[in-house]
Design a protein around this ligand. Structure first.
Ligand code: ATP
Length: 329
């Protein structure tokens, strides 16, 4: 039998649908290994405040389908200070934690790396963010649900665009990553997808965009026209872009910002399965004695990536851009 260990976990950064599924998987797998398992509340804040709950099967048996996270998530500004990191490390020692599982995005993994300089326990990352902006996994937990949520909204907006003969600019989330826009745009048949990864020169891009929209509307005035735009992709807002399009084309253009709706809701099957696999794999890595890595799934294979390499997303973004260019019609 494995040596008895005490495992802690946090959900950190933006909440993502499927985090609860991961909490369930980690807990049930850990219990099956005869490990103790605790969940700190509110990301790194829980470490600093020593605010945690012992987890058992009864706490997690009924959560695989629920959005949010039962142990709460948060940003924790104190982790950007040396004293905050030291406090978090001390708290882990005080609670006799052997291993910490961090479910979050690349910021959360930077926090984990900072912690590892002051705490000798094992640290395993699980990619949990709707943004899908992490190297070392094809998808992050929450991404599939976020695309479906965005898609449902874009489809509805398309109906209105069709009925009113309007152009719509729909802004989706993603922080600095355009993958939600690319995938939701592809799935919704958006006429235009706007994200940083596709823009070299913003002025030129906007000028060309206006020409394309005007030409398309001139060819078929009754045609609905939807532009899916990643947040932070341009120096102007979705509303400003819509206003400029109205002025240029003479066709009424409106904007819709989907916002936090994309972070909520019941996780779709893809996120539940991914979360379950990664939760189990994280505990297996702890059994193996590994540390400083994130578990992911690439090409249907379980992979591990050094936490320090998880934010290097340049290569994987190239694949998303190539797919978009090949298949957008
Ligand atoms: P998401 O992208 O979904 O919001 P994330 O994990 O990238 O998830 P962040 O807000 O970037 O979200 O990071 C979450 C938390 O991780 C921060 O509030 C902070 O506590 C910690 N963190 C982020 N960057 C660092 C860093 N450089 N050093 C120490 N801790 C960090």
């Amino acid at each position: 039998m494995s040596k008895q260990k005490r495992i802690a976990m946090i959900t950190s950064g933006g909440d993502a649908p499927g985090m609860n599924s991961a909490i369930r998987a980690i807990t049930l797998k850990a219990l099956s290994c005869n490990y103790q398992i605790i969940g700190y509340h509110g990301g790194y804040n829980g470490l600093i405040d020593e605010n945690y709950t012992e987890l058992g099967a009864h706490q997690v048996n009924d959560i695989i389908h629920r959005g949010g996270t039962i142990i709460k998530s948060a940003r924790c500004p104190a982790m950007h200070t040396e004293s905050g990191i030291l406090q978090a490390a001390n708290s882990l020692r005080k609670c006799h934690v052997d291993a910490l599982i961090v479910i979050g995005g690349d910021g959360s993994f930077k926090g984990a790396e900072a912690l590892s300089a002051h705490w000798s326990g094992q640290i395993i990352g699980i990619p949990g963010t709707i943004d899908n902006d992490i190297n070392g996994t094809d998808a992050t937990i929450g991404f599939y649900t976020a695309i479906d949520t965005a898609l449902g909204c874009i489809d509805k907006i398309r109906d209105t665009a069709q009925a009113f003969e309007r152009t719509f600019v729909v802004e989706v989330m993603g922080r600095d990553c355009g993958i939600i826009a690319m995938e939701a745009g592809l799935a919704s048949g958006a006429e235009q997808i706007i994200c940083k990864e596709l823009i070299d020169d913003e002025q030129q891009f906007i000028a060309q965009l206006k020409q394309d929209v005007a030409l398309s509307l001139a060819q078929d005035a009754a045609h609905s026209y939807v532009l899916v735009m990643a947040e932070h992709s341009l120096s102007i807002s979705a509303q400003e872009l819509a206003e400029q399009l109205s002025d240029f084309t003479g066709v009424d253009s409106r904007s819709a910002i989907l916002g936090y709706v994309q972070r909520g809701g019941a996780p779709v099957a893809g996120d539940r399965i991914l979360a379950t696999q990664l939760g189990v794999e994280a505990v297996k890595q702890i059994e193996l004695g590994n540390t400083g890595i994130m578990v992911g799934i690439e090409n249907a294979q379980v992979t591990t990536t050094a936490l320090s390499d998880t934010s290097d997303t340049q290569a994987r973004n190239v694949n998303f851009v190539a797919r978009l260019k090949e298949y957008r019609l």
